[in-house]
Design a protein around this ligand. Structure first.
Ligand code: GLP
Length: 271
């Protein structure tokens, strides 16, 4: 696992965007498109803005990219203002040249959600598997909606959200956790682990406990992100605040391996 330590959120966003852009460009001459896994939440917003910026400057095209989002609330139709499909349209897809047919988000209003989960896995496989899965991190260490206790080999399925996650996401539902749907469709930990690369963004003090568990703790279903320890190509890019619980020696170790991180292009980098 690589741990890239940035000063702040702006630098995290710049680093993540440049990394993704580099990977997409490297596959320009390849016979199949680049397959990108994508998250929602506050963490990736800066990265999406940086990627949009690169696209607007003519430096990056998404015309040969297929995307698969991690998750969607069960019961929310695509047009619902808080659906993850809507989040992706508003914060990313509308501003880039990705073919809408190539964007996939689990359908939260599918008549048969279990069949939807199965066909989501089939669609990922048919696209050739995910090249790079970008993700965030829940404060309890969840990835996508794989809450603590999730099988580390799980596939796309329906999950019940914890009280902590519904509280954390209440900010998008008028501050009321009861309004956050209680269940979601989510890719599994096994689905994420099948990606050729995984890139996780961790920013802010709220993620410090989960980051410590993922980096310094043992492999455990209680901290789903610890799964990255067994991935051949996993990167966590984090800011100084998220380091708060790590040992000084751990921070020094990763800083000495990676060296100084270049500045992001978006100095303000607000979420
Ligand atoms: C939700 C999403 C996750 C995301 C997490 C953290 O639970 N399902 O994919 O990583 O929120 O969100 P944020 O980045 O807003 O802290």
């Amino acid at each position: 696992m690589r741990l890239i330590i940035c000063r702040d959120y702006a630098q995290v966003s710049g680093w993540a965007a440049r990394y993704i852009a580099k990977r997409i460009k490297e596959t320009a001459g390849r016979d199949r498109p680049f397959v990108l896994g994508l998250p929602t939440g506050s963490s990736p917003l800066g990265t999406y803005r940086e990627l949009i910026d690169l696209h607007r400057k003519g430096e990056l095209s998404f015309s040969r990219v297929i995307s698969f989002n991690m998750d969607e609330y069960l019961g929310l139709p695509a047009g619902h203002p808080q659906s993850y499909r809507r989040f992706m349209e508003d914060n990313f897809f509308h501003a880039i040249d990705i073919d809408p047919k190539n964007t996939h988000v689990p359908d939260g209003s599918a008549p048969d959600p279990e069949a939807e989960c199965r066909s989501y896995e089939e669609a990922i496989a048919a696209a050739g598997g995910i090249d790079l899965f970008l993700g965030g991190m829940g404060s309890d260490g969840h990835i996508a909606f794989n809450e603590p206790g999730s099988s580390l080999q799980s596939r796309t399925r329906i999950k019940t959200l914890t009280t902590e996650t519904r509280r954390a996401n209440a900010r998008f539902f008028g501050g009321d956790p009861e309004k956050v749907p209680p269940t979601a469709l989510t890719v599994g930990i096994g689905t994420v682990m099948d990606a050729r690369e995984v890139l996780i963004i961790a920013s802010g003090y709220a993620k410090a406990r989960a980051l410590k568990a993922a980096v310094e703790g043992g492999l455990s279903h209680w901290w789903p992100l610890s799964c990255l320890q067994t991935h051949p190509k996993a990167i966590i890019v984090c800011d100084e605040e998220a380091l708060d619980e790590l040992r000084v020696g751990t921070v020094r170790y990763f800083k000495s391996l990676e060296g100084p991180v270049p500045e992001g292009s978006n100095p303000k980098g607000e979420r």
